[in-house]
Design a protein around this ligand. Structure first.
Ligand SMILES: [Zn+2]
Length: 419
């Protein structure tokens, strides 16, 4: 074995070990701290709901560990057996080495990998979520979703990837910069198209035509200077009882979307608070900063791929006798997660700071923290959130602060009062 392969294996094993360890630590923490309702959630959870939330947390953790083991195993197998260079060779022998053919091979590997993950998806949806009353998806919808996803992958992903590989032929050394620009243009186009073409493939969007809720939410949008032409209800209940709210699109196409499940769960004043929080993300430029960050990481990613493609030892270490940009892209795609995993605490820290800022914005926009706290408490309860996550676990996996952390920041006085 050569050093690059050993390094890759070490990275995969290190990530797996960290995932399993974090899961264990978190499990023990929940089991010890949530035997009865934790003090900071006394006003939020009754003992029965708390016990159910613990059960849900533990069940998800078990499935998560099996999934982590499985994905690491599949990845190790792919890299150790040398099946990738072999299959790529056979493929190229049949269809040649054009940008389209290479791109198709990369997508086929992606599809094969996602097929190995299907049983986990199925189990998570129809066993785990079902057992806790969250699942509303039918097997038919589930299969249709996967088929549509697959169709979109080929319809959009294939030409994009082929174009990127074509750029290597057209511009040579500086291809990575052009590939990055192409990617940005594609993402921008998706921003416009997603609400109009992509999302309606999966869900029904009904404009909220009249009523006090609409007046109230548009009033908030007007007050905070957030231009939105319409508010849409989305049939989230088609798949799950979990709830959400978001906005999509740019400029004229921007729309506010509320899950029907959210509207069922929250009072009007609480919905207003949730929307104010989302508007906060926009007004405080969090959305822009996140887009900037993802553009920057894509730029670094493309540069690294271009550099690695020029280093014969990299591809050869994994058994590609004549490494190309396509084979390097494939390896980078497979191994990217093992490196970026270690950056997640930094990214989550940043994201959590944004959440606090958006909460503060919402409080200002609606004149007090009451409705937001009310909404967060209900959502915490409805979603059976982990009542006592371990701090290290949440550092790696939580993009949002916990409920007590958010309440504490919104209302420092109550936290002192409770203790
Ligand atoms: Zn948020």
């Amino acid at each position: 074995m050569n050093w690059i392969l050993i390094l890759a294996l070490a990275l995969i094993v290190a990530r797996l070990a960290a995932e399993l360890w974090l899961s264990r630590v978190n499990q023990r923490h929940v089991q010890q701290r949530a035997t009865s309702v934790p003090d900071d959630l006394k006003e939020v959870l009754d003992p029965a709901t708390c016990a159910r939330a613990v059960e849900y947390t533990l069940a998800k953790a078990r499935l998560g560990r099996i999934h982590d083991l499985w994905s690491a195993g599949v990845l190790l197998l792919l890299l150790l057996t040398g099946v990738l260079p072999l299959a790529f060779g056979v493929w190229a022998g049949q269809v040649g080495h054009s940008a389209w053919a290479d791109a198709a091979f990369l997508l086929l590997v992606l599809v094969a990998l996602s097929i190995t993950a299907l049983p986990f998806d199925w189990h998570a949806q129809f066993r785990l979520e079902e057992r806790f009353g969250f699942n509303t998806t039918t097997p038919k919808t589930w299969w249709l979703d996967h088929m549509k996803g697959l169709a979109l992958l080929w319809l959009l992903g294939w030409p994009l990837l082929a174009l990127i590989l074509k750029l290597v032929e057209w511009v040579g050394r500086g291809w990575w910069l052009w590939a990055w620009l192409t990617m940005l243009a594609f993402q921008l186009a998706m921003f416009f198209l997603a609400p109009v073409i992509l999302l309606p493939l999966f869900n029904k969007f009904t404009p909220l035509l009249t009523g006090t809720l609409r007046d109230r939410l548009l009033g908030l949008a007007g007050r905070t200077g957030f231009r939105a032409r319409n508010i849409f209800l989305m049939d989230g209940s088609k798949r799950s009882r979990h709830s959400n709210a978001f906005f999509t699109g740019l400029g004229r196409f921007r729309r506010i979307v509320l899950f029907d499940t959210l509207v069922q769960q929250l009072a009007e004043s609480e919905l207003e608070a949730v929307l104010a929080h989302e508007i906060g993300h926009f007004k405080l430029k969090h959305v822009l900063k996140m887009l900037g960050l993802s553009a920057l990481s894509a730029l670094i990613g493309f540069y690294l791929v271009a550099w690695l493609a020029g280093q014969a030892w990299f591809g050869q270490g994994f058994g590609f006798r004549t490494p190309t940009v396509a084979s390097t892209l494939l390896l980078a795609g497979l191994l990217g997660g093992t490196v970026s995993f270690w950056l997640s605490p930094v990214l989550n820290h940043w994201s959590r700071r944004h959440e606090f800022e958006a909460d503060r914005f919402a409080t200002g926009a609606i004149g007090g923290p009451g409705p937001l706290i009310g909404a967060l408490r209900k959502l915490n309860r409805e979603n059976l959130s982990n009542p006592a996550p371990h701090p290290l676990y949440s550092a790696f996996y939580y993009s949002h602060p916990t409920l007590p952390e958010r309440e504490g920041a919104l209302n420092p006085k109550t936290e002192v009062g409770v203790t």
